[in-house]
Design a protein around this ligand. Structure first.
Ligand SMILES: [Zn+2]
Length: 457
């Protein structure tokens, strides 16, 4: 072989660079229990909306998987839920300019009339501006609600800006609107609209509700003021009652089964647009893999119970968390945790317990410092799947906060797929979770004595 000097090789590389075909991005392949769980779930089941046959397949797969991994007392706890099924969906502006819109319906939207809803589109820069509109002023019109969500490491924009999706459609309906469109609750610049559930207030007649992508929302904002806007939209998704959902519950029994247990939750259902890799296949993978890893070096003192909840995405009063409370509310729990914020690295920990638990909190914090995870004053809140049992039993709660910088680029979009999971970050989650579970599941005493609610909020 002809040896080239480094300079010659560099020059050759530069010379050929403009003609080089960029290699396709090769997603990293992971190994280990957590990767295996989320890889199988997203590959063999895929999208699994609450109440769908796919969610049922995910439960069956999940129960088998957990048994095969060595979990005991594995069971599926069925319940019925109000589900929602997507239909045909498309929209375009027809005035003052013709523009196609990238749109998707929100969960619990009702269908537009056959042939589409053709109406004036009225722009509101904020949810507050819509709330200030006079009652009845939107009769026959479609409201557009804008907002200014920005990316944040802790994902905190989802609280306030998420209200545009959760509450906005109800407000529009109360003002007499015939339909509502929102800027997606997301931080990306792709033409991927973000779906998600909306909540109809009691007494409100639901209307067709959709979200457009951020670039489409930018377009609508720019067109505002250049003439009256009209939209032609077709959103055929609709709710259906009494759909089958269910939780998968599994345990790694402790040496003292009488002690209050440790609960580790996530949700098995996903939105339908992607394959639910980061929301929340990763969470289920993390909690199960960590519960197993916590047994290395010896069975834990307390039982660790894993909850792979059904219907988190659509579930409020009738979701997996509420059903778990119904069945297990009389069993003693000590601490609850949940993983439902993707698979990027854990960088902060929140510990909400009683003052008597400070020593335990210090011990947990000390174990996480070397992993680059820092204590945050909190409060910890768990999440939707473990929230009801936390509230009912006033449990101690620990949150392992993941880096959410890119979470809302992907959340509830077609881009929620396996390739977005960094195997090394996923493993860091498992390691952090395992470290915490090992400490708390081996801790004797009354560790479940939570802070009073007044301390927590
Ligand atoms: Zn989720």
């Amino acid at each position: 072989m002809l040896r080239k000097s480094p300079q010659a090789a560099l020059l050759a590389a530069i010379a050929f660079a403009p003609f080089a075909v960029p290699a396709a991005a090769t997603p990293a392949q992971g190994t280990g229990v957590a990767w295996n769980i989320v890889e199988e779930l997203t590959t063999e089941i895929g999208p699994r909306p609450a109440g769908s046959p796919a969610e049922g397949r995910a439960r069956d797969w999940g129960a088998e998987k957990l048994k095969a991994l060595g979990f005991q007392n594995v069971r599926i706890e069925d319940f019925k839920t109000l589900a929602w099924q997507r239909g045909e969906e498309h929209a375009r502006l027809t005035a003052p300019y013709e523009q196609p819109l990238a749109i998707t319906a929100l969960g619990y939207s009702v269908p537009t009339p056959k042939g589409g809803l053709k109406a004036e589109l009225v722009y509101f820069p904020t949810l507050a501006a819509l709330e200030a509109a006079p009652d009845g002023s939107l009769k026959g019109k479609v409201a557009f609600i804008d907002h200014a969500m920005r990316r944040a490491q802790d994902g905190s924009g989802y609280g306030p800006y998420g209200d545009v999706r959760r509450k906005g459609p109800s407000v529009a309906a109360k003002k007499g609107a015939a339909g509502v469109v929102i800027r997606s609750v997301g931080t990306d610049g792709h033409r991927n609209p973000h779906t998600g559930v909306t909540v109809w207030d009691k007494g409100v007649t639901p209307i067709p509700a959709g979200a457009v992508s951020n670039p489409d929302a930018d377009l609508i904002a720019r067109i505002t003021g250049r003439g009256s806007m009209r939209i032609d939209m077709t959103l055929m998704g609709k709710p259906f009652p009494d759909a089958p959902s269910g939780n998968v519950v599994a345990e790694l029994p402790g040496r003292d089964p009488a002690l209050p247990i440790i609960l580790a939750g996530c949700h098995l259902d996903s939105w339908d647009l992607g394959t639910g890799a980061i929301d929340d296949g990763a969470g289920c993978a993390i909690v199960a893999a960590a519960a197993l890893a916590a047994q290395q070096g010896g069975q834990t003192l307390r039982t660790i119970r894993v909850l792979w909840a059904g219907n988190e995405e659509m579930g409020l009063a009738d979701g997996g968390g509420a059903h778990y409370l119904k069945l297990h509310g009389s069993e003693p729990h000590a601490i609850a945790m949940e993983s439902d914020f993707g698979a990027d690295r854990v960088w902060q920990i929140k510990f909400s317990g009683a003052p008597e638990n400070k020593e335990l909190a210090d011990k947990v914090n000390a174990a996480l410092w070397p992993m680059g995870i820092v204590p945050h004053p909190g409060p910890a809140d768990g999440g939707a799947d473990v929230g009801p049992i936390i509230a009912a039993q006033h449990l101690t709660v620990i949150d392992l906060g993941q880096d959410g910088t890119r979470y809302f680029d992907l959340h509830h979009t077609p881009d929620d797929t396996l390739d977005k999971i960094d195997p090394a970050a996923l493993q860091q989650n498992v390691d952090a979770w395992a470290a915490v579970l090992k400490i708390i599941a081996n801790e004797p005493g009354d560790i479940g004595k939570a802070a009073q609610d007044s301390d927590r909020h």
